[in-house]
Design a protein around this ligand. Structure first.
Ligand code: SF4
Ligand code: SF4
Length: 409
């Protein structure tokens, strides 16, 4: 019996491990203690991802863990970014309260990061910048955040979704919760999965068509400097603060579906993710499998949150791969499943991949701050005036059309 055949025989062991609980804690523990021995991986090829545990010094242990335990590193980044978003939300809430009270309550500066939640306005800003070379001063940070995210998508796969996006974190927490509660998540049958996955591309095509095909420079400028766009962040705040029953129930249904089906929103509906997925196909980094050393345990496929059959690919080329590196980390054999550069075939350590994601985001947004393109140019007085007018037709978005406005609006 060959080495591979012997290992295949023991595959049901890995099933037991993965079904036993969330693999993160249990599989790593059990797998490395038990099945690695059962699978007879040659000692020199056995990975030691838990090596940090032997370190006594706490700081060194923490740094070593960040290097060796990619999912720990990723979770830390996800939660740090989510905390930043919550902080931005609190500041923006206080800013809106200040505006609502006509400037009577404590003034808190509007956090520019809130523009990260205006992706359509940012896309319009992007086209305007590409056509005219002008970085608009209404929502400049939104433009830079969009550029940072698109750059991450192009250079580092769809990793924004699994490392930084707060919706991605909520999605992941929901299906993990579902798995804990019901012991499993559900995979939609192919005849449903494929057409549903195309929905996000239809939404993306609609937005790209509406912005890149139909809007000329005048239309772009008119939108960007419109009263509607100037207050788009405040309108978005009210969308959630005074949520309509239709929007509430839609979100509720999406939450329930996300408990049962992994990443329901991200996989089927998010146009942002669709854009990043397309860009990621050109990414110079790829997950590569060495079929010579692979023991066909299929752990990589079983842990993939996006149902990619990693174990039978030489290189993962998929618009659904979010670069979470769960597969790379769980692979028990050294030098078998790794992130590599596409053309020169150089290995990129998992921790470097994580640092690069943070680096691109901080680098691009930092550049905006350093060059004075972070804060917008709307004065406190103008904001106070616009808060009072917010119910006027000038601030309503009528069937996708921005209302006409004059120089004094
Ligand atoms: S292929 Fe690997 S990195 Fe990509 S989504 Fe699946 S588990 Fe994550
Ligand atoms: S690449 Fe996948 S199937 Fe091969 S050894 Fe690693 S985890 Fe197992």
């Amino acid at each position: 019996m060959t080495f591979k055949e012997e290992n295949l025989k023991n595959n049901n062991q890995t099933d037991k491990i993965l079904k036993s609980n969330t693999y993160k804690e249990v599989a790593r523990e059990k797998f490395f203690k038990e099945s690695v021995q059962i699978k007879k991986i040659p000692p020199e090829l056995k990975k030691d991802s838990l090596g940090y545990r032997k370190e006594r010094n706490r700081i060194k242990k923490f740094i070593l863990r960040l290097k060796l335990d990619t999912q720990y590193f990723r979770t830390l980044v996800q939660f740090s970014f989510a905390l930043l978003v919550i902080w931005i939300g609190i500041e923006f809430y206080l800013f809106v309260k200040w505006g609502e009270t006509g400037g009577k309550s404590l003034f808190i500066e509007r956090p520019p990061g809130v523009e990260g939640f205006l992706p359509i306005s940012a896309l319009i800003s992007l086209k305007y910048w590409l056509k005219t070379g002008i970085i608009n001063d209404i929502h400049p940070s939104g433009l830079f955040i969009l550029i940072a995210i698109l750059m991450i998508g192009f250079l580092l796969k769809k990793s924004f979704c699994s490392w930084l996006c707060p919706i991605g974190l909520i999605s992941e927490s929901l299906w993990n919760f579902g798995k804990k509660m019901f012991g499993r998540n559900f995979i939609l049958p192919r005849f449903l999965d494929y057409p549903l996955r195309s929905l996000k591309y239809l939404l993306l095509a609609f937005f790209l068509y509406a912005i890149f095909w139909t809007m000329d420079t005048d239309a772009l400028r008119s939108f960007i400097y419109s009263p509607y766009n100037k207050m788009a962040d405040v309108k978005m705040f009210y969308f959630f603060a005074k949520i309509s029953s239709f929007a509430f129930w839609t979100i509720f249904v999406l939450i329930i579906l996300s408990v049962f089906v992994k990443n329901f929103w991200c996989r089927y509906l998010c146009p942002y993710g669709a854009f990043l997925g397309l860009l990621s196909l050109f990414s110079p980094l790829k997950i590569s499998r060495n079929s010579e050393t692979c023991i066909d345990c299929e752990l990589c496929t079983k842990v993939c949150p996006n149902s990619i059959k990693v174990h039978n690919k030489k290189v993962v080329v998929s618009d659904e791969c979010t670069g979470c590196l769960e597969c790379v980390q769980i692979c028990p054999v050294k030098n078998t499943l790794e992130v590599k550069t596409r053309f020169v075939n150089k290995v990129v350590p998992n921790w470097v991949f994580g640092i690069l994601i943070i680096g691109v985001f901080v680098g691009v947004t930092g550049l905006a701050m350093l060059t004075g393109h972070w804060r917008n140019n709307i004065s406190k007085e103008e904001y106070l005036k616009r808060f009072k007018e917010l119910d006027k037709p000038l601030y309503q978005h009528n069937g996708g059309k921005v209302p006409k406005y004059g120089p004094n609006d």
